[in-house]
Design a protein around this ligand. Structure first.
Ligand SMILES: Nc1ncnc2c1ncn2[C@@H]1O[C@H](COP(=O)(O)O)[C@@H](OP(=O)(O)O)[C@H]1O
Ligand SMILES: [Mg+2]
Ligand SMILES: [Mg+2]
Ligand SMILES: [Mg+2]
Length: 334
């Protein structure tokens, strides 16, 4: 398969993300009660998050010219004696995906390739969310494998696979979007066997303005978002979906506004939660800023420390959203 965006990096990114998405699908179907660990921040992480990170890092290391990865997960938790069963399960899944018998040490090493030391704002590195929306994944709802390429602090490429995101014009398949800065974005349907089929970017003729937001009220203040939606004249009920599938939905015309309203003082968005999604929306002709209208600054390391929340739009007056935020919302103190 070659992509019309004609770019080795995007080709490798798509291959890596499909490998990971396929492993996620398999884990979701097979492991009925997914083994879940809890990270220090109390968020869940599963066998599939670790396997997906190992697979993407391994594929990039073997094939791509840029191999540094800033990923969400690390193998630290898996190394403990208590986690022998999870470690074995992750190794089994990675081995099955690659069709070779892998050692636990190799798999842990591939996961840890996602802890590259970077100089913020300088050089070129990938940022990876092996499963964005782990809570959606556990509910068997929406999740995404998200891989972005950052060059001197700017996102220049993004691939977003949403294995459970079915578009109206491609029933029974997931969705994959691939964007290159200045070259647009292509929407593909992603079949169970990993094959891709290109579609028009827009998946629907319905132009009713809709806003989308997190399913998790702890991740975005839904009451504030409702007040803002009302202010900007959106009357349709919110489209609540997990993960960067929200950015995919905007790019494909299923929603026009994405709001992520801070719920906690001091929380900073992570680069892997927005790199791929934001370039997909921008290359679809949309706008992505924080809720105060500032451009997202990916040059500061692992977090978007200069930004608060997210406001994204396609085919919508972006300034009116920011005006509504400033007149309606009360933000949590720093
Ligand atoms: N208090 C908070 N505010 C905003 N985002 C949060 C948050 N706590 C966790 N998240 C992020 O929300 C992401 C999921 O996004 P969404 O709510 O849009 O589905 C999580 O990604 P992971 O699932 O990769 O950990 C996590 O990084
Ligand atoms: Mg997480
Ligand atoms: Mg995430
Ligand atoms: Mg994640």
């Amino acid at each position: 398969m070659t992509t019309p965006l004609h770019d080795q990096a995007i080709q490798h990114a798509i291959e890596a993300v499909i490998l990971a998405a396929d492993a996620c699908r398999r884990v979701q179907q097979r492991r009925i009660t997914p083994q879940t660990l809890e990270k220090r921040d109390k968020s869940p992480v599963t066998v599939a998050d670790f396997a997906a990170q190992a697979l993407v890092c391994h594929h990039l290391a073997e094939n791509a010219s840029v191999t540094a990865v800033v990923g969400e997960e690390s193998a630290d938790a898996l190394r403990s004696e208590d986690e022998a069963a999870t470690r074995a399960a992750v190794t089994e899944e990675v081995s099955e995906s690659l069709g070779i018998e892998c050692s636990e040490e190799n798999v842990l090493g591939w996961i840890d390739r996602g802890s590259a030391a970077i100089e913020p704002g300088k050089g070129t590195y990938w940022t990876l969310d092996p499963i964005d929306g782990t809570k959606g994944f556990l509910r068997r709802e929406q999740y995404a494998v998200a891989l972005g390429l950052i060059e001197d602090g700017r996102v220049v490429l993004g691939v977003l696979a949403c294995p459970n995101l079915e578009m109206p014009d491609a029933p029974g398949t997931g969705t994959l979007l691939a964007a290159r800065r200045g070259q647009g974005v292509i929407r593909y349907s992603l079949a169970e066997d990993g094959s891709l089929d290109a579609h028009d970017l827009r998946a629907t003729d319905d132009t009713t303005p809709r806003f989308c937001e997190s399913v998790e009220s702890a991740h975005s203040d839904q009451d504030q978002a409702a007040a803002i939606a009302q202010r900007i004249g959106i009357t349709a009920p919110p489209y609540r979906i997990d993960s960067q599938a929200k950015y995919a939905s905007l790019a494909a015309g299923l929603a026009s506004v994405y709001l992520r309203m801070p719920t906690r003082p001091g929380y900073r968005e992570k680069i892997w939660d927005h790199a791929a999604g934001s370039i997909v929306v921008e290359e679809a002709g949309g706008t992505v800023t924080d809720i105060l209208g500032k451009p997202l600054d990916f040059s500061l390391g692992r977090e978007l420390t200069a930004n608060r929340g997210i406001a994204a739009s396609v085919d919508f007056d972006h300034a009116s959203i920011i005006n509504a935020v400033t007149s309606v919302a009360t933000l949590p103190s720093e």
